[in-house]
Design a protein around this ligand. Sequence first.
Ligand code: ADP
Ligand code: MG
Ligand code: ZN
Length: 716
Amino acid sequence: MKKILKHYFGYDEFRPLQAEIIENVLSKKDTFVLMPTGGGKSLCYQIPALKLDGLTLVISPLIALMKDQVDNLKSNGIPAEFINSSISYPEIIDIQFRILQGEIKILYIAPERLVQENFRKFLNEVNLSLIAVDEAHCISEWGHNFRPNYRNLETIKKYFPNIPIIALTATATNKVKEDIINQLNLECPKIFVSSFNRENLNLIVMKKKNSFDKILELINKYKNKSVIIYCFSRKETEIMANKLKENGHKALFYHAGLNDKSRKLNQELFLKDEVNIIVATIAFGMGIDKSNVRMVIHCTFPKTLEGYYQEIGRAGRDGLKSDCIMFYSIGDKRKHDFFIDKMEDEKSKKHMQEKLQVMIDYSETRDCRRKYILKYFGEEYPKETCKGCDICLEEKEFFDAKEIANHILSCIKLTGGFFGTNYIINVLLGKGQIKEWHKKFYLVGIVKDFSDDELKDIISSLINLEFIKKNNGQYLTLSLTFKGLDFLDNSIKLELPKPQKEIKVIRKKLEKDFDYDEKLFERLRILRKKIADEREVPSFVIFSDASLQEMAFCLPKNKYDFSEITGVGKQKLEIFGNLFLNVIREYVEGDNYLEDDKTNLIKIIEIEKTEKPKLKNWEITKKMIDKKIPINEIAKKQSFTEDTIINHIGKVVDNEENIDINYLKPSKEKFEKIKHAFEICGMERLSLIYSYLNQEFSYEDIRLVRIFMKLGKTKI
Ligand code: ADP
Ligand code: MG
Ligand code: ZN
């Protein structure tokens, strides 16, 4: 199995539980997998798929993702396809044909396909080895993402009683887990639950004060790296994106109010690293499988910890250190209250209030954040400090807190437990609105050496120590516990951590994983982008950031060294090895770049820098077509294949731009033959045309003729 892992995926080691899960699947037993986002669930069915002799059927709700996933598998030399509504009928026929020939190992489908009579019939003829149900929580109404279509899966066990099923999800409470197992009728499934800890994510909570400046500071440190910024409302995403643009950053916004086309486009530009910052509502994310997101920022705290953990789960899927920053202000609570108050069902209302309170407690805790989250999900974190949250990264200094604690606790006691944090602080500092009957208290204005924020921190510490209890409900009042009362009576020694200094924390956490050469990394990134654009796939399908960093650290000299890099399997070694080795070699050997490469590099960098959206590749092609440049020369100029250029022309035509391509007309005889083939075989499947014409004409010719036919310029 390890050989398969290295050969196809280029990885040396399995992640926790992967090997055990794969073994269980291969022994033909049903399997249930609960593993956090980025944990590596896909391999748990992809490797068995390669070992088993028939087809592995993968059911996934994420239609938008299927193409990327399949491209990714193909780039690793694994024969995979997908069938969903974006695929034409002739193409489906073609794929089904190849499946029956045993040429395809993995097929992705959406759940609704399963109930189609035709597709069922087809499946009955297939040598099926394994069924994988990804995002399995979608089947449960108790989950957070119920999809009625998933109910179609209830019958798979009946139709395929002897085929093992593996169900995978990143979010499932016990109830949801039971539900999934029941609905899918899994037979005594072996259950694998991996730790929810994501060691590579730094969990940082910051005070929401001058937050825009802080955001600028943060993204300046992540120049050109991918960042997701979550905002509370649609409006806020637009404002934030525009402000970032004004400050010279490449940012787009994304929310459910945008039309389909712009949503798709913005998502795509982000996926393909054309822009590095996306500012979004939580509508963004499901269906995002970008491995190199380095930072997720929340401008407003989310309404549940479950949601929060899932949203930050989109950072660092490649396993590299990434930052999750949340700006917290209790003032934002009313944004959530506004929606919760509108809920009619009292039970759900209460439920949401409780969830919100958890989120507030998380934000205010002075204990390790990781410990808090894991405990909430029912897991014990064994270490004393995690070295990856603002609390643990902070250099802890303690101070003698006896006097200040005394003041705070007395104030809560004397005001009768009817007031919240802000009011107590007002009294102690002698500022803001104070009730008439409190004004003569000896405590009013008694605190001189602590600021508002520092007092908040100290109160949080006292809550953690269980001296103070926070009461749920509309006003979040504070009252004393027995422990608190006891302290007031006996005035024992008390030391508390000094209030938080957050800027220090930002500095500390921004350390690289290892000391790779950043300049070389940049060059490798540019090469990767070029290759990805040419193939019209996202960059991570070529290599992950982790792989590039390793290259920029190890400086491989030859193909053997290169094959040792994580993420380099057999196929990628063959196809991309020399391209990347050349860049590394040239870099290592000094500044003797070919003049051409240099200008190219500068050009790309400049385009990356300018604020204006750069010309799309097909737009450049259009400009050259307008100048009547032959296809092979356009290809050379842009360093693309001719095939890609013809694709571009297709796009120009699809966009109904005016374009004169008459100078590209094929000869009359050629044209008629190919046109005839299209009329017989349909317009969709080029491979059909190619074989129908006995491979007499190239794909480029066939594509070109199709474009002319579309243009209606059939008279030659
Ligand atoms: P999930 O579906 O659990 O969210 P994925 O299957 O998409 O996670 O995997 C997340 C990332 O981890 C992918 O980039 C994948 O290639 C990588 N990965 C998975 N298994 C390993 C492994 N054993 N070693 C290194 N990287 C791995
Ligand atoms: Mg997955
Ligand atoms: Zn911690």
